[in-house]
Design a protein around this ligand. Structure first.
Ligand code: MG
Length: 385
């Protein structure tokens, strides 16, 4: 199998964005632009190693941005993109991969399909450039303020993107011997060395974040895709003891016995609360309302459920749905299902069609079957992002 390395150039200073932090270290919905870029290459099955080239002053920013990503130790680039590219290639000499893909860190929307197209073309070409055709009408201008002086024929014009793919030895040699300075991509260096550069289709989404408009577009693109779904489960049991009613999902039901518990012993609402807390990894009811604390003695369990709902909201989350099953022989749940659904939905401020309340018996088996207690289990989906 041919070995292929990805070389990510992250030495730019991003001066056009007006930020003190170079753009590749800015965050898009909680994940740095650099990390998003690197992760796509790490996830690609044909990429064997990822080498990042960073700016001399950016070590700390880099460490935070890259986190635990499985990349080679970074190297410090030079004064220009061209120099940084050469330094990155030199850093790969020990491995001497067959191929190298050289990519701008500020193109976080590189996709596996574009990488595939570049790699496929490398089988028959020594240099490959992903690009998109120019579709806008092009004008040349003169003067200030500018006035159109001529139309430019857009046929055969392409916008160059990255990753640009090369046979490693060829592009290393081209960089080492390149007499020109200030070339802004590696395909130009390959051309200078007399290599023929094949074009393959790039992607309109694979744009380079350069301006504030680009950054806003990138943020919009990640807002949608950053939604994260969390699932939680809850289970609870309370014993049936002397009494004349039970409270389930906030609904009082007359019964031959009552439920024993520190609070109002609403076993079903406790299971729902634990499912929601579980979905956001916030422990369980006992974590937030310790039974040792007397202030919760006899408390309405709606206090617990409201608290769980608030924690989700504070994290920018929304409840997708809740499903709770009450396990008992008696009382009969079905006459109260609708009231229970409305009760849970009301406490959480969500639509009733996101709440399911069900009941089952255990065919007279076990403690619920013998009427010694009531159990409840619940699942919940929470959408974060
Ligand atoms: Mg409980």
């Amino acid at each position: 199998m041919a070995q292929c390395a990805a070389l990510i150039l992250a030495g730019g200073s991003g001066s056009r964005l007006g930020s003190d932090i170079p753009k590749q270290y800015l965050s898009l919905n909680g994940v740095s632009i650099l990390r998003r870029t690197v992760d796509t290459f790490l996830a690609h099955p044909d990429i064997d190693a990822v080498q990042v080239v960073i700016g001399a002053k950016d070590r700390e920013l880099y460490n935070v941005a890259i986190g635990d990503a499985d990349v080679r130790p970074s190297v410090t680039g030079g004064a220009s993109r061209q120099e940084s590219g050469r330094i990155g290639l030199e850093a790969l000499t020990d491995d001497a991969p067959d191929y190298v893909l050289i990519h701008d860190a500020a193109r976080p929307f590189i996709d596996a399909a574009t990488i595939d197209r570049v790699l496929s073309a490398l089988v028959t070409s020594s240099a490959v450039l992903p690009s998109v055709p120019v579709t806008d009408t092009l004008k040349r201008s003169t003067g200030d303020p500018p006035i159109v002086s001529e139309n430019v024929d857009r046929r055969d014009l392409w916008r160059a993107q990255t990753p640009q793919g090369f046979r490693y030895i060829d592009i290393l040699d081209a960089h080492r011997t390149c007499a020109s300075q200030g070339l802004t991509d590696d395909a130009s260096i390959a051309e200078h060395a007399g290599l023929s550069v094949a074009l393959v289709r790039g992607s309109e989404d694979n744009f380079k974040i350069t301006t504030v408009d680009d950054l806003e577009r990138a943020q919009r693109m990640t807002e949608y895709s950053s939604d994260e779904f969390r699932i939680g489960t809850g289970f609870d049991v309370h014993a049936l003891v002397d009494g004349d009613h039970v409270i389930l999902c906030g609904v009082r039901i007359d019964h031959s016995h009552g439920l024993e518990g520190h609070s109002d012993a609403d076993v079903a609402m406790h299971a729902v609360t634990d499912a929601l807390l579980g979905a956001i990894a916030e422990g369980d009811i006992g974590t937030h309302f310790p039974p040792s604390d007397d202030q919760w003695c006899g408390a309405a369990s709606s206090v617990f459920l409201e608290h769980a709902g608030r924690l989700i909201t504070e994290r920018g989350g929304r409840i997708g749905n809740i499903d709770v099953t009450i396990i008992c022989e008696a009382p009969k749940i079905s006459p109260h299902r609708e009231a229970m659904t409305l009760s849970l939905a009301g406490i959480l401020g969500i639509a009733p069609d996101r709440v399911s309340v069900k009941a089952t018996t255990t065919e007279k088996l076990g403690f619920t079957g013998r009427g010694q207690g009531i159990a409840a289990q619940a699942s919940a989906i929470v959408r974060l992002g």
